[in-house]
Design a protein around this ligand. Structure first.
Ligand code: NAP
Length: 337
């Protein structure tokens, strides 16, 4: 197995450097171009002395793990770029790519039809990972990223949703199934009835939201943790520059002649997570890939543990006093915030 991959409980391997495709502009051409550019970010990365005796470096192929979702509106662009790279340019095989998409709340009633539509938009026969995007079920006709009050179902009914996810797996439309934005409590409830355990939980994770409890729980249950907003989402309307501008991260970056983004990404990787970082800028794509070369020492990791914690994506838009099953932010995250 390659160094920058992790084997999941579903048998698939996931490249630890993932490429995010959420962009508020949601411009099809820009997203498509970004995926093409990301695929080409080959770099030589140096190996640890212990990694390989004879050679000191290996060719790190460009990004091979792509993250999309129905609600991002990026599936069609991502699929088109990947199909061009596979079938027209013949630069990669489908098997070289790890492709994730996600089930939106309004599709919890029928995961199978939702995944069929996702595959149609992607122009793919299967995705590698299909995730329940949020532990929130919406009315089937709801189509807003920020649900209106009358669009919530009062009951989560995860058992029905997960049975649909398992059917998607049985039908060969995905290689693995998992969840996103799930607390340890919610994963535990899921495990109580699931025939197939989730392979992965995709959650916000960065040096200022370290997910210590969740990571421990997931490790004990062989569930991989994937880190979204690994830089804290600077530039997003809801994001923050608090991570990349943090003085502790800056001083570690200075010490290693690295950038703060590389330190944040390396921290996530050093905790065994895969990181899903979004950049549509070629220089920053390269820079982010450079995190694979960075090594943080124990002192750096201890300093990061001292940083104040602050969740950036709090999910307020899924909480209300009347129709949501979550009356408070604490309910949504089961107190893990
Ligand atoms: N499951 C979920 O609920 C969920 C939630 C949020 C996100 N996600 C996934 O995770 C992906 C990444 O999360 P995110 O986009 O929120 O946050 P992020 O990757 O932490 O940050 C992305 C932002 O940082 C900028 N950036 C990238 N590299 C940089 C660097 N080296 N230096 C400075 N700025 C840099 C990007 O701008 P440029 O493009 O201009 O470089 C973009 O504005 C998303 O695209 C999506 O696929 C999933």
């Amino acid at each position: 197995m390659k160094y920058n991959q992790v084997r999941l409980n579903c048998g698939a391997t996931i490249p630890t450097m993932g490429f995010g495709t959420y962009s508020s502009q949601n411009d099809r051409e820009e997203t498509k171009q970004a995926v093409h550019t990301a695929l080409k970010q080959d770099v030589f990365r140096f190996l640890d002395e212990n990694d390989l005796k004879e050679c000191c470096c290996e060719l790190q192929m460009g990004y091979r793990h792509f993250d999309t979702a129905k609600i991002y509106g990026s599936e069609a662009a991502v699929g088109e770029a990947l199909r061009e790279a596979i079938f027209e340019d013949q630069m990669i095989e489908r098997e070289d790519i790890f492709l994730t998409s996600k089930l939106w709340g309004s599709d919890h009633h029928d995961s199978v039809s939702a995944l069929k539509q996702t595959l149609q938009r992607l122009g793919m026969e299967y995705v590698d990972m299909y995730l329940v995007h949020w532990p929130v079920k919406l009315k089937p006709w709801a189509n807003n990223a920020v649900p209106k009050e009358d669009e919530f179902e009062r009951l989560l009914d995860l058992e029905t949703t997960w049975a649909g996810m398992e059917r998607c797996l049985d039908m060969g439309m995905c290689r693995c199934i998992g969840v996103s934005n799930f607390s340890t409590n919610k994963i535990q409830s899921l495990l109580d009835f699931a025939s197939v355990a989730p392979a992965l939980n995709q959650v916000e994770m960065h040096p200022m939201w370290r997910q210590t409890k969740l990571r421990e729980f997931c490790r004990d249950h062989k569930i991989h943790v994937s880190a979204y907003s690994p830089l804290g989402g600077p530039g997003n309307s809801w994001g923050s520059t608090a991570v990349v501008d943090n003085p502790i991260i800056q001083s570690i970056a200075l010490k290693h002649h690295a950038t703060t983004a590389q330190v944040a990404l390396r921290w996530g990787l050093s905790k065994g997570a895969s990181v899903i970082v979004k950049s549509f800028n070629e220089e920053r794509m390269k820079e982010n890939m450079g995190a694979l070369d960075l090594r943080l020492d124990d002192h750096d990791l201890l300093n990061i543990e001292k940083m104040e914690e602050r969740k950036i994506m709090r999910g307020e838009f899924l909480v209300n006093q009347t129709t949501s099953p979550y009356k408070t932010i604490q309910d949504l995250w089961d107190g893990e915030i």
